[in-house]
Design a binder for this molecule. Structure first.
Ligand code: ISL
Ligand code: CA
Length: 624
């Protein structure tokens, strides 16, 4: 617990709080200002009321009060800021505990576009079952399955109509049971996608809520009566966040599409029903869940107006009232205690917007909330959003990842990923030169398996897939892209709008994988050749990490972080790895002169002295 901040507190005090740290860190990054400025004497000692007084012109009135409210609503401090006594009382040690999910290599399957078994062009469960040996051969030992539940597919299954039923196009519950058994028989774990911030508007609860004013389900959602729209919050998928049900005279809150209605987690019955559903799947034997936008589940009481300047800065209005809501920790602990813990199940939270210090509070081992989170701050450079035309500089990634590796603490464990179903392929952000893409992909793969954390491979990474050359809006099906086009049409020529959407659309990661039998189903320009060398590299990296605990639990130490260079060591008491990366598209001098006499393990042989564009080398040695 710490003291409340007031306008009399200093910038340094603010930076010392988890929420204050993460918000300031984000703003500083956007403005390209060093952290030293806020910790240094000049600005650091400044009172908040003075600083915000100075910035009056840029910031809407009341901003400081809102910021303080948000900061003060988080009284906890991360383990590394506790006194030794507090740590002891909380049962916190600096030992890194061992767990299967820390050692695992995960593979994300997006079922709709993974493998199609019956030729209807839609991936399905039998398609996955047919590729289990492929996954086994690749070497991954855990699969994260994006939603396969019954859904009207407004957002490809992230809008669930029935949590206990399989989507008809994907197969049956028998297929699912066979898939689970097939994975377990091969020594692989399965985690499912838990989408419980919202349900489909076609879910029985929502239908009942609309139909019957007396129904208890009215309070399962955020339904408001009246003529006026309840607040100014906006949706992530364009427009405002409220759908009007004229017949019933109701407004319903949806942070995502109009068919994804936010659940009211403040209602204990909602939590009980969700927990019962989680237990139902865990009883079936699934090993855990990836929890969709789980940091959005607790909304500020009364759903107050969003701050316009925060809205403008973040691109979405109202976000400060739910991205780290007042009861988030409490609800996560309840879910953990009543569902995950009794099953010893694994949890990884998808937490857009959460920074390093808030992440410590969500994943600190002794806090019993989540095992890991997905943070997204590395997917775009500061000042850019998905779809912007720019080149991603891996120097930024190095600084980002070093910051987490060095400061996240032994109580927390990172997820490592570059791609998922919500993003174009990372390598294509780094280079626009088709000759260099493969090199970037290899570099990313090596970092993913040699940095400290659990790697999540996205389907097709191991095939070396790149972005697609979509020709028109007709080839895009993602609700985000479609809504965006409709909303912004007329603001610029259609071609320009399409070009922008094409750069960022989530459809890049949602085209059916190019298995042999799938080739005929796709138009020529949407076909890609799987790259066998990339598969071999992944296979090798996965085995290397599995066979060398130094790459899993070993210490991480940066040896060089000069411009375009990233050299780091992973070591335990038995062995050492040194990884050297050229982060740029130009040749550069080798930095690691190998004073320790390590052996080069990847690639097999290299000319010493110079490194090629995006080249990466892995050195290894045993300690006597
Ligand atoms: O792609 C985004 C919208 O601009 C991201 O903000 C994304 O919506 C966010 O990361 C949440 O993603 C998850 O929840 C969404 C779903 O559409 C995504 O596929 C899912 O990964 C709503 O359920
Ligand atoms: Ca199919």
């Amino acid at each position: 617990m710490r003291n409340e901040l007031t306008p009399e507190s200093t910038v340094r005090d603010l930076y010392a709080t988890p929420v204050g740290h993460d918000i300031l860190a984000k703003i500083l990054l956007q403005l390209n200002i060093s952290e030293d400025l806020v910790t240094g004497p000049l600005i650091g000692r400044m009172k908040l009321k003075w600083l915000f007084g100075l910035a009056k012109k840029q910031i809407a009135p009341g901003f400081l009060e809102k910021l303080l409210h948000l900061v003060n609503s988080e009284p906890d401090v991360p383990a590394d800021q506790m006194t030794p006594m507090e740590r002891e009382l909380a049962g916190i040690t600096d030992e890194v505990t061992h767990a299967w999910w820390k050692e695992a290599a995960f593979y994300q399957v997006y079922p709709r576009s993974f493998a199609d078994s019956n030729g209807d062009g839609i991936g399905d469960l039998r398609g996955i079952i047919g590729r289990l040996d492929y996954l086994k051969n690749l070497g991954v030992n855990a699969v994260w399955l994006s939603p396969i539940y019954d859904s009207p597919n407004d957002d490809n299954g992230y809008d669930i109509r029935d949590y206990r039923k399989i989507m008809t196009e994907f197969g049956t519950m028998e297929d699912f049971d066979e898939l689970l058994a097939g994975l377990h028989a091969r020594g692989m774990k399965l985690i499912m996608d838990l989408v419980v911030n919202h349900t489909s508007d076609e879910h029985a609860w929502f239908q009942e809520a609309l139909r019957d004013p007396q129904s208890k389900y009215r309070d399962y959602y955020f339904l408001r009566e009246g003529e006026e729209i309840p607040n100014n919050w906006t949706s992530f998928f364009s427009g405002n966040a409220w759908n009007h049900y004229e017949e019933q005279g109701l407004w319903g809150l949806h942070l995502f599409s109009k068919k994804q209605m936010d659940l009211n987690w403040d209602n204990p019955e909602v939590r009980a029903d969700v927990i019962e559903m989680i237990n139902w799947w865990l009883d079936k034997g699934v090993d855990g869940f990836r929890m969709d936008v789980i940091n959005y589940i607790s909304k500020e009481e009364g759903l107050p107006q969003g701050d316009e300047s925060i809205g403008a800065m973040m691109g979405f209005t109202g976000i400060e009232h739910y991205f780290y809501g007042p009861h988030l920790h409490e609800y996560l602990r309840q879910v953990q205690a009543e569902a995950f813990a009794p099953h010893e199940a694994f949890s990884v939270g998808e937490t857009p917007g959460v920074g390093r210090e808030m992440a410590k509070l969500l994943t600190g081992e002794a806090r019993k909330e989540l095992n890991m989170i997905f943070s997204f701050d590395h997917l775009e450079m500061p000042g850019h959003v998905r779809g912007d035309e720019y080149t991603y500089d891996l120097n930024f990634y190095r600084d980002y990842i070093c910051d987490w590796m060095e400061n996240y603490g032994p109580q927390c464990w990172m997820s490592l990923f570059y791609n998922n179903h919500d993003n174009p392929r990372m390598a294509c952000k780094v280079t626009k030169d088709p000759k260099l893409v493969k090199k970037v992909q290899r570099l990313l793969a090596v970092m993913q398996f040699t940095l400290k954390g659990t790697p999540f491979v996205y389907q097709g990474d191991e095939m070396g897939l790149v972005n697609y050359d979509f020709r028109s809006m007709e080839e895009l099906s993602d609700v985000e892209a479609v809504n965006y086009f409709a909303e912004h049409r007329g603001e610029k020529p259609d071609e320009e709008l399409f070009a922008q959407i094409k750069r960022g659309t989530r459809d890049h990661s949602r085209v059916l994988l190019p298995w042999n039998e799938a080739a005929g189903q796709l138009p020529e320009h949407l076909r890609q050749e799987p790259d066998n060398e990339m598969f071999d590299l992944y296979r090798r990296l996965i085995r290397m990490r599995k066979n060398h605990p130094a790459l899993i639990y070993g210490d991480f130490e940066v040896l060089d972080r000069s411009k375009d260079s990233f050299v780091y060591r992973r070591a335990d008491e038995r062995e050492t790895f040194v990884i050297e990366c050229n982060l740029s598209g130009r040749p550069k001098c080798e930095v690691w002169k190998n004073p320790e006499g390590l052996h080069l393990v990847w690639p097999k042989r290299v000319p010493r002295g110079k490194m090629g564009p995006y080249e990466v080398r892995i050195w290894h040695g045993k300690k006597e």
